[in-house]
Design a protein around this ligand. Structure first.
Ligand code: GDP
Ligand code: IMO
Ligand code: MG
Length: 438
């Protein structure tokens, strides 16, 4: 589908009733910013996978001052009053973190509870999952994944091995308490740590009172809303190459971050999805371990990191930086069915004399078009680059494609040529208004 979009007003009509905003690299592409902008036009904003490992940053200009919000678990749409925000069945929820996020927003004058719905089928992350995450990483030594230590992997492990505890269990506290005791005992034995089970249960008894009204069958809710013609925006978390199936396994997260995961993680059927918008940074970053073929040398990498403020929104870790990798993004386009792209952070490349674009890989002297499954192969691929001339003008005030310097336009056209998907949005700054529509 060829699309041309001039402003946010045209978005809903062009993209359709149900859209997925997908990270196309290794996360932190700038999903939160586009979701925030598009939330103005969508009725429901939903998270379908992951947990508080996500960190979605939104910068809002208010009264001449820039205010920053970082969302870990709550959908970024909560900044817009009247929008319903759904935490889907595919998510894993650490209740204290969620309540903290709600409190932080309250302190900033936003009461978001009335906007929030949580799936009765979403799994709960407990503190023991967080502890196990840390222990497992430690045990891996130099093979650590570099997780966010939010308990994501251990919680999904319990889900898949059919011993997880779900939001629905909180609706009957006796059932919840029994399951919690059994699981907590098992974890303490298996991992050799102590915890005060009764203290935890007392916490959850109180927390359950607060969140019980938010726990619903979100599949039923979304189906009804869909039939009434409401529009739904699914906010991706992480990136395609952190997907448990399609990512650079084992250096991945534990959920499906691609569009299939958006469907199962919400119970919204694939046939209802009208568009998938892929978010691609104008270069590449990665936090955590794992191969990264276009990663830059220390000097250029540091320059990019400082220019782009590339430090993790969840863990504060410095992000590894590299050139744009079209093989990686094309893989995401294939797996998620991306039909529209938002290139973000083009402004960060201002001042680089030459900008490289990784357009292909060679493995053992042969051209390959996909990311190899064997890590040892991925580690040794040779990237074919094309060199693009840079620009030095400030582009943060540009509102149209034509206002960009010629070389910045050429850079975008090159990305579009190698990705074969229209680039409909170009981010030129961190604020809501700093977005070009084309
Ligand atoms: P997400 O996890 O995909 O939502 O992305 P993060 O919030 O982790 O990281 C993206 C960072 O880039 C955030 O600090 C955003 O404020 C910032 N950002 C997003 N788009 C742009 C852009 O076009 N230009 C600049 N300079 N910053 C941007
Ligand atoms: P957003 O939504 C970037 C990475 C971690 C680690 C791997 C596994 O902000 O784009 P986990 O804690 O999920 O078990 O860690 O995945 N990771 C992310 N990297 N952005 C994210 O989210 C990430 N969520 C997880 O750094 O390498
Ligand atoms: Mg992030």
């Amino acid at each position: 589908m060829k699309m041309s979009i001039k402003n946010a007003e045209e978005l809903t009509a062009k993209l359709g009733q149900v859209i997925y905003v997908a990270g196309s690299q290794w996360g932190d592409e700038g999903k939160g910013k586009l979701v925030d902008i598009m939330s103005q036009k969508y009725d429901i904003i939903a998270r379908a996978a992951g947990g508080a490992n996500a960190g979605h940053t939104i910068c809002v200009n208010k009264d001449g001052k820039s205010e920053k919000f970082i969302f870990h678990l709550l959908p970024s749409g909560v900044l817009h009053s009247g929008k319903i925000c759904v935490i889907g069945n595919g998510c894993v929820v650490h209740i204290p973190t969620m309540l903290e996020e709600i409190e932080e927003l309250k302190a900033k004058g936003l009461d978001v509870v009335s906007q929030l719905l949580i799936s009765d089928r979403a799994h709960i992350i407990f503190d023991y999952h967080i502890q196990i995450d840390g222990i497992q990483e430690e045990r891996k030594g130099d093979k650590k994944v570099g997780t966010t230590k939010r308990g994501i992997g251990p919680a999904y492990t319990d889900k898949i091995s059919r011993q997880g505890i779900r939001m629905a269990d909180l609706l009957n506290f006796n059932v919840f308490a029994e399951k919690f005791r059994v699981n907590a005992e098992k974890k303490m034995k298996a991992f050799g740590f102590e915890m005060d089970i009764e203290k935890e249960l007392a916490y959850y008894k109180e927390a359950a009172e607060k969140i019980r009204p938010l726990i619903v069958n979100t599949v039923e809710y979304l189906e009804k809303a869909y039939k009434e013609g409401k529009t739904i925006l699914v906010e991706g978390a992480q990136g395609s190459h952190l997907d448990i199936d399609h990512g650079t396994y084992p250096y991945v997260t534990s959920s499906n971050t691609t569009s299939g995961g958006a469907c199962t993680g919400l119970g919204v059927a694939p046939s209802k999805m009208t568009s998938v918008v892929g978010i691609a940074k104008a270069y590449t970053t990665r936090v955590g371990a794992g191969p990264f073929p276009t990663e830059l040398s220390e000097e250029l990498g540091n320059k990019l990191r400082e220019a782009g403020a590339e430090y993790g929104a969840t863990t504060g870790r410095p992000r590894r930086c590299g050139w744009f990798d079209a093989v990686v993004v094309r893989n995401a386009i294939t797996v998620s069915g991306i039909n529209s792209i938002n290139v973000t952070k083009l402004d960060v490349l201002t001042g680089f004399e030459t900008i490289k674009v990784g357009v292909g890989y060679q493995l053992n002297g042969k051209k390959i078009t996909f990311v190899p499954a064997q890590l040892e192969d991925f580690e040794k691929v040779e990237v074919e680059y094309v060199d693009m001339p840079g620009w030095s003008e400030d582009i943060s005030k540009a509102q149209t494609f034509e206002e960009l310097p010629e070389n910045a336009q050429k850079y975008i056209l090159k990305l579009e040529e190698v990705l074969e998907v229209p680039i409909n949005f170009i981010g030129v700054g961190m604020h809501r208004g700093e977005m070009i529509y084309r």
